[in-house]
Design a protein around this ligand. Structure first.
Ligand code: ZN
Ligand code: ZN
Length: 646
């Protein structure tokens, strides 16, 4: 008999060789019907794979991210099986699950796959799925595996196998298709009830531009047709909200290959939006005791040798810049932390000076492969809403609470109603690989969990996910379409204070190491604006809208009045533009409604004579006429309300 420990720490005994599926059956029939995979002693495991030693177990269904990943990765095998059945001689690269669905990289030889092929492949996949094919796990020797794929003529698998260690190699067989794979897989294909192959793309083998370009087929599968239907509706809506599309339409930002790939250029309206966000955050940070600093975009190489960044990332990042005369080496800064450490070190610090909170909208530069670049979410230069808090170990909890409050204030002002946190802690079985004392780790880990509990923030804990230098808390928001985005992070760091030999004088007159906390509520301005755009579909809250008001003169005669009105509003810090086109007023109103300007001001003879405006709010609400002063007051009041949903 073996002891199986469940996530709630309860223990049950089973015969050795029991499978997770058997264990699920012993708990409930419903669970047994739905179990897709498991985690056994920390390793992902097939539902049908025997367990023959004492173990901790977690069972996964479609409702768990791990269950979905198993479902989708298994679907990638099923797709490969279908493709192999339809097109002879194709070769396969890799086929992982992704956030939503899966892909497989395929060398299709002389065949070019088209949209029509995708439909045929979908049909074949469903046909094979209905055969209830099981996934069979087989241990093979390296020699056997090489022989099999050499005979099959799949040089991609041969290359992958030759890099593996003998004794660790497994196949998964599903129907007529055998794949090199670590698993785990679903018990059989019958649970795959709905299939959609979503797109085709080119992908270099192993991401290397010098190697062959394969065809990447993306797809997604579901256990119910209804779920696929709902997903497709969501996908349509997501396309309309794509931040790259909206960014172009609303003239917020641009990219230029001449300037450089992945280097976003903020246009006037986008800059307006970004500055509003920065001003707002700066204002709140001041309330919370932050001090703003500015540091250069480059730093001496030694700074990053000391910080450890050079050893870690140096080879995979932008090359150093050198001076012509002295041969000095500088790096484009990949992060702001080392600069801020030097600010801390600049003068002696006492325990009474702590916490020191250094904030900077710091632009950093990180090399990303050109194929990885994506809109504003994967770029080579971005500006972090960064800050570093240097504090005493006993202040960590209070500082976490304060950062969480800042994040809450901002998310509320931006209408993100759903947010949650992930807490990343040490691997409980291996304390060796972390820097910092056990005592400080325990203190900080408890502090983070207590801070979440006190703030009532829903949080789940991931053991073993902490960086080697400290535990962290990540914020996730759910956008209007229910998609989860990871934004802000609060990260404890015991490493940099050590490397930079930072200290303060304690109440005992002795030297002590401060704890460093990195935090960025938005993450980066670029990523945040992308998420915000997709969340609100370009309909920003009034306080952020680059154009808050559009003035619609009923004819050219009232253009002067409109211009005076515009400059009056500008003085009141209200952003207004004028529709100067020679169009009928009805047309101008319809167009303004389409472009989602929060307010329209209609001006004609009566308005000019009485220095008034006729006000329409976006969404067809007629607010009647009012004096220009009253209108300005109305806008100010709404902005204030939006910014203070605390
Ligand atoms: Zn697999
Ligand atoms: Zn940092």
């Amino acid at each position: 008999m073996i002891n199986i420990t469940f996530p709630d720490n309860s223990v049950r005994q089973y015969e050795s060789g029991v499978t997770p599926l058997d264990i699920a059956k012993s708990l409930s029939e419903g669970l047994a019907r739905n179990v897709l995979s498991a985690k056994v002693n920390g390793t992902m495991w097939d539902a049908m794979r025997p367990v023959d030693e004492d173990a901790t177990i977690q069972l996964f269904t479609w409702d768990d991210p791990e269950g979905k990943a198993t479902f989708w990765h298994s679907s990638a095998h099923l797709m490969a099986e279908a493709i192999e059945a339809l097109y002879k001689g194709v070769k396969f690269g890799i086929g992982p699950a992704v956030d939503a669905g899966f892909y497989y990289d395929i060398d299709t030889g002389d065949i070019t796959l088209t949209e029509a092929d995708l439909v045929a492949i979908e049909k074949k996949m469903l046909e094979l799925a209905r055969e209830k094919q099981s996934f069979e796990r087989v241990d093979v020797s390296k020699a056997e595996a090489l022989k099999y794929f050499n005979e099959k003529g799949d040089e991609y698998k041969v290359e992958l196998i030759s890099e593996l260690e003998d004794g660790t190699i497994t196949y998964y067989k599903c129907g007529a298709f055998t794949d090199l794979c670590r698993g785990p897989h679903i018990p059989n294909t019958s649970v795959i009830k709905a299939v959609k192959l979503t797109s085709l793309a080119g992908a270099y083998w192993r991401g290397d531009e010098k190697r062959k370009q394969l065809t990447r087929v993306y797809g997604i599968t579901f256990p119910k047709q209804k779920e696929l239907d709902e997903y497709l509706v969501l996908l349509e809506e997501a396309k309309k909200r794509d931040h790259r599309k909206l960014g172009r339409e609303l003239e917020l930002f641009m990219f230029s290959d001449t300037v450089g790939k992945g280097l976003p250029i903020w246009l006037p309206k986008g800059t307006e939006l970004r500055l509003r966000l920065q001003e707002y955050l700066t204002k709140i940070q001041k309330e919370y005791g932050y001090e703003q600093v500015i540091t250069p975009h480059i730093g001496g190489k030694q700074l990053y040798v000391t910080s450890g960044h050079w050893d870690h990332y140096g080879e995979d990042s932008f090359r150093p810049i050198t001076t012509p005369e002295e041969g000095e080496e500088y790096l484009l800064k990949p992060m702001n932390c080392p600069h801020h450490c030097m600010i801390f070190k600049w003068k002696p610090r006492s325990y009474k000076d702590l916490p020191l909170r250094c904030a900077e909208f710091g632009t950093v530069y990180r090399y990303e492969q050109s194929g990885e670049l994506h809109g504003l979410t994967r770029v080579r230069s971005f500006t972090q809403d960064d800050a570093h808090i240097f504090c005493r170990p006993d202040q960590v909890k209070e500082e976490f609470i304060r950062v969480m409050e800042i994040i809450e204030i901002i998310f509320k002002a931006l209408d993100f109603k759903n947010f949650e946190a992930q807490i990343s802690l040490r691997d409980p079985n291996d304390h060796e690989k972390y820097v910092g004392t056990d005592e400080n780790w325990a203190k900080a880990e408890a502090a983070i969990q207590e801070a979440c509990a006190e703030k009532g923030l829903p949080a789940h804990v991931e053991y073993g996910e902490a960086a080697f230098y400290g535990p962290k808390l990540d914020f996730m928001v759910k956008d209007a379409l229910g998609r989860k985005w990871q934004l802000g992070t609060i990260q404890v760091d015991y490493n940099l204070p050590e490397r930079f030999d930072l200290s303060y004088i304690g109440a005992d007159n002795e030297k002590h190491r401060p704890v460093m906390v990195h935090r960025a509520p938005f993450g980066s301005m670029e990523r945040f604006v992308a998420v915000l755009l997709e969340h609100c579909a370009g309909e920003f809250p009034l306080w952020l809208a680059p154009d808050q008001v559009i003035i619609l003169p009923v004819s050219e005669k009232y253009l002067d009045f409109a211009k005076n009105l515009q400059s009056y509003l500008k003085k009141s810090d209200i952003r207004a533009l004028i529709d100067e086109r020679n169009e009928k007023i009805g047309r101008k109103i319809r167009d303004a409604e389409m472009k989602k300007y929060p307010y329209m001001l209609i001006v004609g003879e009566k308005e000019e004579a009485e220095n008034q405006v006729s006000v329409r709010k976006h969404g067809q609400v007629d607010l009647g006429t009012m004096s220009t002063d009253d209108f300005a007051a109305l806008i100010r009041k709404q902005v204030e309300e939006e910014q203070n949903k605390r």
